[in-house]
Design a protein around this ligand. Structure first.
Ligand SMILES: [Zn+2]
Length: 258
């Protein structure tokens, strides 16, 4: 895999850097990127001139959307209309995301991570303030995606600081969490939120009491639910059934590394 995005003819043809990066990243993906879901070693672009860049895998037909930025990937990224995002989560039409951070002096890919669409839940979609009455689209409400609220397993790194991960490792990380697809979108947020908590310990073994300490955090994400502790236990059972963690007895758990 070559991380250089630069292409002289694209530079001559387009004057603005936003048009350049759009075209360069579209070309780069078409030439270099593989499918993280199946064994296909290429992705195809829809090339439909929409503001976003969409790709699909010609083999498994999964859909992806690319977002690229010259800033490092921080805690949140800007997305489109809030209502459209929520609707696409509920209807399960949201594509998976590729997030690219590029160096705009060298025109090179620096970081690339993949977020499977089953990690997009209402818990990680932040509603922005409506645009002011003086704005052209007054009252329009956009959203941010809170990357920091997505559990580590839902942020699959394909390139980290110019270091390229083995595609087979990337696909195996995808398979490890694909059990989430079985759940309906409204049930999924509970599971991913509890996954976020157990990952937040940053250790292999933890106790139920430690997870209970996140009761306040979880009740903020699910303000209509007053039975947080039973909900936590329910998610831990599901995660055990899916071989994501192991019950050790006496309220102790261990994450299973795959
Ligand atoms: Zn595929």
């Amino acid at each position: 895999m070559d991380l250089h995005l630069f292409n002289e003819s694209v530079f001559r043809r387009y004057k603005s850097n936003s048009q350049r990066i759009r075209r360069l990243s579209e070309d780069w993906f078409g030439e270099q990127m593989y499918c993280p879901v199946c064994k296909s070693d290429s992705l195809e672009s829809f090339r439909d001139n929409k503001p976003v860049i969409d790709f699909y895998c010609p083999r498994c037909m999964e859909k992806f959307q690319l977002k690229s930025q010259s800033r490092p990937l921080g805690n949140r990224i800007l997305d489109g209309a809030y209502s459209t995002m929520i609707e696409s989560i509920i209807k399960e039409t949201q594509p998976h995301f590729f997030l690219m951070h590029y160096n705009k002096n060298q025109w090179m890919v620096k970081d690339l991570e993949i977020i499977p669409n089953f990690f997009f839940t209402e818990s990680v979609i932040e509603k922005r303030k409506p645009l002011a009455s003086t704005a052209r689209r007054a009252g329009w409400v956009g959203c941010n995606i809170l990357l920091a609220g997505i559990p580590d397993d839902g942020r699959i790194r394909a390139i980290s600081n110019k270091s390229i991960e083995d595609p087979e490792d990337v696909r195996s990380r995808w398979r490890k969490v694909s059990f989430l697809k079985e759940k309906k979108p409204n049930q999924r947020s509970w599971i991913t939120d509890v996954m976020w908590c157990v990952k937040d310990f940053n250790k292999k073994e933890f106790t139920l009491d430690e997870v209970y300490e996140y009761e306040g955090h979880l009740s903020k994400l699910h303000p209509k639910n007053f039975n947080i502790k039973p909900k936590i236990r329910q998610q831990l059972q599901f995660l055990r059934d899916k071989n994501y963690l192991k019950f050790l007895g006496n309220g102790r758990y261990r994450l299973i590394k795959k």
